[in-house]
Design a protein around this ligand. Structure first.
Ligand code: PEP
Ligand code: MG
Length: 915
């Protein structure tokens, strides 16, 4: 029989798959001897079984009974006992944390009888009633699916009737009345009374937690975070401890370092006399841990001790939930905490300095995506701004957009192409879609651990929360600060790094991390190039830049993949080089056929004799040569892969319909249309139903005599020019869309002739390898043959994805990818992250067969996947030599290539050990 239930004394932090994150860490803390209320965890396996069968496995009921009895015996109380009840919380806890996405029910075990027992043992009638009414409402909402507003309205009506505004002013008798109203709501809405039997409450709550795995918002969250749908959640059943037993009780959330900035020191929110979710919900504004230390020094001291112990144990930032019950500290949860990108780098570097982790480990604590976030622009410090309010800097970044007051409007306006900032009093899980659509999130209530802050940080969205000066009225869709009124659609700007909120647009400047990446550490720290304003950096920013430098330098030392850039112009190449590119992996030559040069292409297409055609090609040579000279100069000493023309020629000709209209109109007017007639005929001749699979790439090169030879000549002459000027060009010529080795042989013959000619004419030695793209399945499957004629391979994974799947890359993303993501055919678009088991298989085959035929064959990637972190790990594993990505992604890719190398070392260790 599978073991579905584990007591907290049985598991440990490495069992997240089975016990979920929360359960595994509760067990770990229990093992460490920290004060965790006793309890047990129902495994994710039980949930998966339930979701498949649609029913609770019978063995689970038995195992729950045994665990519950053991718990009761340990505590010496029974669940829901009328005299002295044991009460439990029932909380979800999946392998990956999904803040606010799933369900929790507190105070399970309370009923009409045990509420009196609770009154007796607590000596507090008000507290007991309050706990019971909370159970009915929470149970009603999450287990019985009753609209939460019904409970909230009943509470509001009662408060109005009593003439009070604060919940805490309701007396025990008031709460009794409220309990009756709540029970009536349950009866009316479900046709059944509120379940009185404690075990029934427990069973239903557990089922509700299982079911919450599949709510719409949980699915949406998982899709975004790329969490697989089939993991299921664990359920934690934990003895209740109470933070709402008066002034010497309370509940809080804390971090062992600041998760927003990464600064060292205690950090958290505390609410005296409160229960569970009050803190995270951001309903009341919270105290800091320093305030807590003043009010309750003994509990704070215990807490600080536990925080240090946990950080030493986990060797990372820990995020902790705790409750103080009448002066006694209880740990309710811990986990390695989510953090902003900047905090991730700073904390990793601090932990290295503190000798708690190694540099290799530091590299595993940051991601390329986080580095990419640090490269986003920031508000210009020198710009004029109208400061409206200041809140908490919850998630950094600079967001400007139209103020919107609800999730639906955010989604709508975003879909229409508008930038929006979502403004709410506080957010709840239903706001998730709006938060995704918005550039930034602003709330007037709640601390840095409120839902808005946690979720925004998780998704890298800019967020300012708790801006109390702003009075948000969601009904009228306005926000007021003093006499300033912000209406829906008014532009506001929020700075998630400082917590500032501005009225109107604010210009943005480059991030200091980009300054560092381009100009180096010393220049940036001195503020010479960096900072955008010539001033030195503030200490926090300087610390961040140093942390990025430490970790990226280590990634460079660790990585085996070289990183090149896709760049077509000297400017892009120079920038890529500053950002650390080790060459150009793809120079697309098509832009060299645009602008003024279109006429030459027209002439080429319309040529009715070899002389006219050659003249057109001849005229293109000096223009192309000029482009190449600049490019080779910018990348002097580093390889530059020049790809011969790829797109179909009609892309350089006028639009068919427009030209037809032009001809018709001209004819109507009696004008001479001879040239346009000829052009239109050519356009018609070249028209293709499916140009992506038509006359492009090497097919064009073989069909238009002299076209590729002209490009090779231009590149060779440019190389000769650079050599003569004392440079060191490292040119490589690449042939696109090859499917058969014969195509490559034919082009190679032409190219070799041209190269020999230019070398002889110019009296220089030209060492220019000729390679091919592997971007068709046939090329991948015949790579061994193709390698005979290729000096190198470069995977064009854009076309390889298109052709392996039969997806027209220009059409499918807009047409149906959203639906495919919804129904789970993909978790991510295969054009974004390489489809490792399909397209990746072709990459593996081609690499193995190419290298078998030609040992040491140099192989790279130049499709978009070269800049995608997950794909970079794949390319590392396959053993490629380099990846090429857009210039701005180069630092991200350097970091990920380093991370891939470290991860490989881990695997190697694992393989060397016992099996
Ligand atoms: C590719 O197909 O991956 C590639 C890099 O070429 P292009 O995107 O220019 O077709
Ligand atoms: Mg291609």
């Amino acid at each position: 029989m599978p073991k579905y239930v584990f007591e907290f004394t049985e598991g440990g932090k490495d069992e997240k798959d089975l016990l979920g994150g929360k359960g595994a860490n509760l067990a770990e803390m229990t093992r460490l001897g920290l004060p965790v209320p006793p309890g047990f965890t129902v495994t994710t396996e039980a949930c998966r079984r339930y979701l498949v069968d649609g029913a609770v496995p019978p063995e689970l009921r038995v195992q729950v009974t045994r665990a519950l009895r053991a718990l009761e015996d340990r505590i010496g109380r029974q669940l829901g006992d009328p005299e002295d009840p044991l009460l439990v919380s029932v909380r979800s806890g999946a392998k990956f944390s999904m803040p606010g996405m799933m369900e929790t029910v507190l105070n399970v075990g309370l009923n009409d009888a045990s509420v009196h027992g609770l009154t007796q043992i607590s000596g507090d009638a008000r507290f007991a009633r309050d706990s019971y009414r909370r159970l009915i409402a929470m149970f009603g909402r999450t287990v019985l699916d009753i609209e939460g507003a019904l409970f909230a309205d009943a509470m509001d009506d009662l408060k109005k009737d009593r003439g009070i505004t604060d919940d805490v002013d309701l007396t025990a008798d008031d709460l009794d009345e409220l309990i009756d109203s709540y029970k009536k709501i349950v009866q009316e809405q479900t046709g059944r009374p509120f379940p009185q039997h404690p075990r029934e409450q427990l069973d239903l709550a557990m089922k509700a937690v299982f079911d919450s795995w599949n709510t719409e918002r949980a699915r949406l969250y998982r899709r975004r975070e790329r969490i697989p749908n089939d993991l299921g959640t664990a359920v934690n059943v934990c003895t209740m401890v109470f933070g709402n037993l008066g002034g010497d009780s309370g509940t809080g959330v804390c971090f062992t370092r600041d998760p927003a900035s990464g600064k060292q020191g205690h950090y958290g929110d505390y609410l005296p006399n409160a229960q569970g979710e009050d803190v995270v919900a951001g309903i009341r504004n919270t105290l800091t841990l320093d305030d807590m230390a003043e009010r309750d020094p003994a509990s704070a001291r215990q807490l600080f001790g536990v925080m240090r112990r946990l950080e030493t144990h986990y060797r990372d930032l820990c995020d902790i939930e705790f409750t103080v019950e009448r002066g006694k500290l209880w740990m309710l949860q811990t986990r390695v905490g989510k953090r902003t990108a900047g905090a991730a780098f700073r904390i990793a570097a601090q932990l290295v300095d503190e000798q708690l982790i190694t540099l290799d480990e530091a590299l595993t604590r940051v991601t390329g995506e986080q580095l990419a976030r640090l490269m986003f622009p920031q508000f210009d410090p020198a710009a004029e701004k109208k400061l409206l309010a200041k809140g908490l800097a919850a998630s950094p970044g600079a967001a400007v957009g139209a103020a919107v007051f609800d999730s639906a409007v955010a989604v709508k306006r975003h879909a229409a192409g508008e930038s929006v900032v979502l403004v709410r009093r506080e957010t709840n899980p239903d706001d998730l879609e709006g938060m995704i659509a918005a550039n930034g999130v602003l709330t007037s209530r709640g601390g840095k651990t409120s839902h808005a802050a946690v979720v925004a940080r998780g998704m890298g969205r800019t967020c300012v929360c708790g801006a109390e000066a702003i009075d948000v009225d969601v009904r009228t869709r306005t926000a007021r600060v003093g006499d300033v009124v912000i209406n829906e659609g008014d532009v506001i700007a929020i700075d998630g790094t400082t917590g500032e909120v501005f009225l109107g647009d604010v210009p943005v400047v480059t991030s200091p991390v980009v300054d560092y990446l381009e100009h180096g550490l010393d220049a940036t720290l001195a503020g010479a190039d960096g900072g955008g304003n010539g001033a030195g950096l503030d200490e926090e920013t300087a610390d961040l830049v140093r942390a990025v430098d430490t970790i990226l330098t280590h990634a460079d030392a660790a990585r085996r993949l070289r990183v090149r850039a896709n760049a077509d112009t000297a400017d892009d190449a120079a920038r890529a080089r500053r950002l650390g590119a080790q060459g150009i992996g793809l120079c697309r030559t098509e832009h060299m056929f645009l602008g003024d040069r279109r006429v030459l292409i027209e002439r080429l297409v319309l040529a009715d004799s070899a002389e006219v055609r050659d003249a057109a090609l001849e005229a293109l040579v000096p223009l192309q040569r000029g482009d190449f000279v600049e490019l080779f100069e910018a990348m002097d000493g580093l390889p530059v892969t020049v790809r011969l023309l790829d797109p179909p020629l009609h892309e350089f000709l006028p639009d068919r319909t427009e030209l037809a209209v032009k001809v018709a109109v001209a004819r109507e007017r009696g004008e001479d249309t001879a040239h346009d007639d000829k052009l239109l005929a050519a356009v018609e001749r070249l028209h293709e139903s499916n140009p992506m699979l038509g006359l492009r790439g090497v097919r064009l090169g073989l069909t238009i005599p002299g076209l590729f030879a002209m490009q090779v000549r231009a590149a060779a002459e440019a190389a000769a020019d650079r050599i003569t000027a004392g440079g060191n060009p490292q040119v490589e010529i690449m042939v696109p869309l090859v499917g058969s080795v014969m195509e490559l042989h034919l082009i190679r013959d032409q190219a070799d002739t041209v190269l020999a000619e230019v070398a002889a004419q110019r009296g220089v030695r030209l060492d220019i390898p000729i390679g091919t793209m592997i971007e068709l399945p046939r090329a991948a499957l015949t790579a061994g043959r193709i390698a005979e004629a290729a000096d190198f391979f470069s995977f064009g994974t854009n076309d390889l994805t298109q052709t392996a799947w039969g997806f027209s890359r220009d059409d499918v993303e807009a047409a149906f990818f959203a639906h495919y993501l919804d129904v789970g055919v993909f978790t991510v678009s295969p054009f974004e992250t390489l489809d490792a088991i399909g397209v990746g298989r072709l990459v593996r085959i081609a690499t193995e067969e190419g290298r078998a035929a030609r040992p040491g064959l140099k192989i790279g990637v130049c499709g978009e996947h070269g800049g995608d972190p997950e794909s970079v790990h794949f390319f590392h594993d396959v053993g490629l030599d380099y990846v090429s990505c857009s210039p701005f992604r180069v630092p991200v890719t350097r970091l990920e290539a380093g991370r891939a190398a470290i991860a490989e070392d881990d695997t190697a260790e694992g393989l060397a050990g016992p099996r």
